[in-house]
Ligand binder design. Structure first.
Ligand code: ADP
Ligand code: MG
Length: 695
């Protein structure tokens, strides 16, 4: 059967129904998918050794002749050995195969083979266990640079390589997707060559060429896609102007005087909003710097101009909290605030939708539900995204496309983030945004005293909790919960929610029977969550056992202690955010990082947190310790997943690709030329999770 790009993997040699299912798990259903399932590494199996010269330890190729017929022996049920001695002019090598009975027939005395495995030596006796072997001169997996593929249970690298080999001839039929001019200008290999050599490189040079081409390609499509988005925004040069209003009127609503930094940023925002051009501004400010008030100011201006605004938060808990505090702050000024989250009861959601469409709500607070389809605003003119790093490019683009009915121009966009992002990456993600920084904390804050504490001091920690409560304060007790960790952070394994629930019960009954302990986690019903948060905010709950749902933004100034269980399982930036839950009022606050870890690195990492409160420094440490791959996990920056490119590492190539993308878009801004069709298709594919981008 001739394999084509569309051949289902199930039709390939070596793949039955079971394996087809497993391959599907890796996203591999057609031959073409295999071509794009790139190796994650390579093993150089080109060098062949004589038996005596082979280095001990690493897996190497040894060429030798079978000196005898293999001997097969059953040691006991389930354990069978095949042994055979092979020789060359330098000596003998004793091979042992476990539970591979076929070897008895596969190896014939007098024939020459190449064996790939680790050579061991005892005395003068050299041996190898379970080598890969092939007849000399008929080699596929030896004598070359072998790809090492990302795998899943039940799919071996040998199988992956064999499948790729079967479909590789189709690579010749792959259409070229980069414009000729771009390939020439940047000295990029042809697609077919690149795909062939990324799997089975002829040599290092071929691999380097292949990688360069494929990485460039990814970065190019990414840049083109983001460039199209940017262009869309630039096109929209008209926006609703919000007439200036006296700042004093807003300040009078606040229970505090804004800091100098808040004031400055508010003025910048007011100028943007009055200009009649769309605002695209990022406000960066460390936890607790007071971003909410700044956002409220923008929404207040918007309502004053007679338009609607939408404020999106990354979690329901935070959306609910914003809803409460913004209603309290702004309703005295006549601003009508509403809440819309995904899991509100259907009737309530419907009512909110209608109110939004009718223009009866001035400020809608919510989660992603705000941008889900079916939510129409009557005259939406401002969108605020809080803790933006959780919102992807996809969501932002959907937002920007969401203007009101009746010919409203695209809305102003205000993005707020507490996560410092390295400049290069920010250039890609936020390239089209103006940046304001709130570089000052409200007065009267004392830094949160932070301690790294071992499990053996758990009792003392509990006593400390009790003392805080006796002084009228409140306490967070944070547990990493597996469901949420994986949903939001791709994070480390942690307790499951049941364990968290059990733990909370145990604390209530056994440790703090006289205190009011409550539980908050992401999987609770929205009403329960809201009730738990409200009870804590009102001071009725004294100890809140919570998962990372409280990580961003939650604000209860009376809370003075946060205890973080298994602290070593979190990233430093995340711990910094969690710590930011306390120290928000006038009380001396504490953060206790509980850990059972004895690893010096883990402890040193945690101590960084004890030694600084500077979010940017902490992010840098995080980057050093966890590496860019983790820090830039696509979930955090919201960009499409790259297969080969490393957004923090391939900077030079990234700049080249960005240049090429800009040049292309300058000629063909919406990729409508027939010759740019392949690029458009690839960009669409890359942004396929971003349905609103290209239609
Ligand atoms: P974040 O930047 O982390 O979102 P918030 O907006 O939640 O910070 O503000 C943190 C706390 O500081 C809140 O309790 C808020 O009321 C308070 N706050 C904000 N600005 C000021 C200020 N200028 N003076 C005093 N307290 C302030
Ligand atoms: Mg906030």
């Amino acid at each position: 059967m001739a394999v084509t790009l569309d051949t289902p993997v199930g039709a390939l040699a070596g793949v039955g129904e079971q394996r087809a299912k497993k391959l599907a798990k890796l996203g591999l259903t057609r031959a073409a998918d295999l071509l794009e399932h790139y190796p994650r590494d390579y093993e150089d199996r080109r060098q062949e050794y004589h038996i005596r010269q082979a280095p001990l330890g690493p897996r190497v190729c040894v060429r030798a002749m079978a000196a005898e017929h293999p001997r097969r022996a059953r040691i006991r049920a389930g354990l069978e050995l095949v042994q055979v001695k092979v020789v060359d002019q330098t000596g003998a090598l004793h091979l042992t195969f476990f539970n591979q009975g076929y070897v008895e027939r596969a190896i014939r005395a007098g024939e020459e083979y190449v064996f790939f495995g680790a050579v061991e030596e005892q005395g003068r006796r050299r041996s190898m266990v379970n080598p890969i072997f092939e007849r000399a001169g008929r080699q596929e997996d030896t004598g070359r640079v072998m790809p090492v593929y990302p795998l899943t249970a039940g799919i071996t690298n040998h199988l992956m390589a064999s499948l790729t080999r079967q479909v590789l001839p189709c690579a010749a039929g792959l259409p070229e997707t980069l414009p000729q001019s771009v390939r020439q200008a940047h000295a990029l290999a042809a697609r077919t060559y690149a795909v062939e050599n990324i799997h089975f490189p002829a040599d290092e040079a071929a691999l380097a060429l292949a990688r360069r081409r494929l990485i460039f390609e990814e970065l190019f499509y990414l840049s083109v896609g983001l460039g199209v988005l940017k262009g869309r925004r630039a096109e929209a040069d008209r926006a609703c102007p919000f007439p200036p209003r006296p700042r004093a009127d807003f300040d009078a609503l606040l229970p505090f005087a804004p800091t100098g930094a808040q004031s400055r940023v508010m003025d910048q925002i007011a100028a943007d909003l009055a200009s009649g051009r769309p605002m695209n501004r990022l406000v960066q400010g460390d936890v607790g710097s007071g971003k909410t008030a700044v956002a409220a100011y923008a929404c207040w201006l918007c309502a004053g101009a007679g338009y609607q605004s939408a404020l999106m938060a990354p979690t329901e808990v935070l959306a609910e909290q914003h809803y409460r505090s913004l209603s309290a702050l702004l309703s005295p000024a006549g601003v009508r605030v509403g809440l819309l989250t995904g899991s509100l009861p259907a009737a309530e959601k419907k009512r909110m939708r209608q109110a939004l469409a009718a223009g009866e709500i001035d400020l809608a607070v919510g989660t992603h539900a705000l941008i889900s389809q079916g939510v129409a605003f009557r005259r939406l003119a401002l969108i605020v995204a809080d803790e933006q790093h959780r919102f992807g490019v996809a969501q932002r683009s959907a937002l920007a496309g969401k203007s009101g009915t009746g010919g409203m121009p695209p809305p102003h966009v205000l993005v707020m983030s507490a996560t410092p992002i390295p400049r290069t990456l920010a250039l890609i993600i936020y390239g089209d945004l103006d940046v304001s920084v709130i570089d000052e904390l409200p007065p009267g804050r004392t830094p949160v005293a932070t301690y790294v504490v071992g499990e053996d001091k758990r009792r003392r920690v509990y006593n400390f909790v009790r003392r805080q409560v006796e002084q009228g304060r409140q306490v967070y007790l944070i547990c990493p919960a597996v469901e949420e960790a994986s949903a939001e952070w791709g994070g480390p394994p942690a307790m499951d929610l049941k364990a968290v629930t059990t733990y909370a019960k145990q604390l209530q009954t056994e440790v703090f029977p006289d205190l009011r302990v409550d539980l908050l986690h992401g999987r609770m019903k929205p009403r329960e969550k809201e009730a738990a948060m409200a009870a804590f905010a009102a001071g009725r709950t004294q100890v809140l056992v919570a998962t990372t749902v409280v990580e961003v933004g939650v604000d209860v100034p009376n809370a003075s202690l946060v205890v973080i269980e298994n602290a070593d399982r979190f990233g430093l930036s995340q711990l910094h955010q969690l710590r930011g839950r306390v120290g928000r009022g006038r009380h001396q606050s504490y953060c206790v990082l509980l850990t059972a870890s004895r690893s010096p690195e883990a402890l040193a990492r945690l101590r960084t947190l004890a030694s600084t409160t500077d979010g940017f420094r902490i992010a840098e440490e995080d980057l050093k310790a966890r590496g860019p791959g983790d820090f830039f996990g696509s979930r955090q920056h919201g960009l499409p997943q790259m297969k080969l490119a490393d957004l923090s590492g391939d900077l030079a190539l990234l700049q080249e690709a960005q240049g090429a993308a800009q040049a292309l878009l300058a000629e063909d801004p919406d990729l409508s030329r027939p010759e740019d069709r392949p690029v458009l298709d690839q960009v669409r594919r890359m942004f396929s999770d971003t349905p609103d981008i290209f239609n």
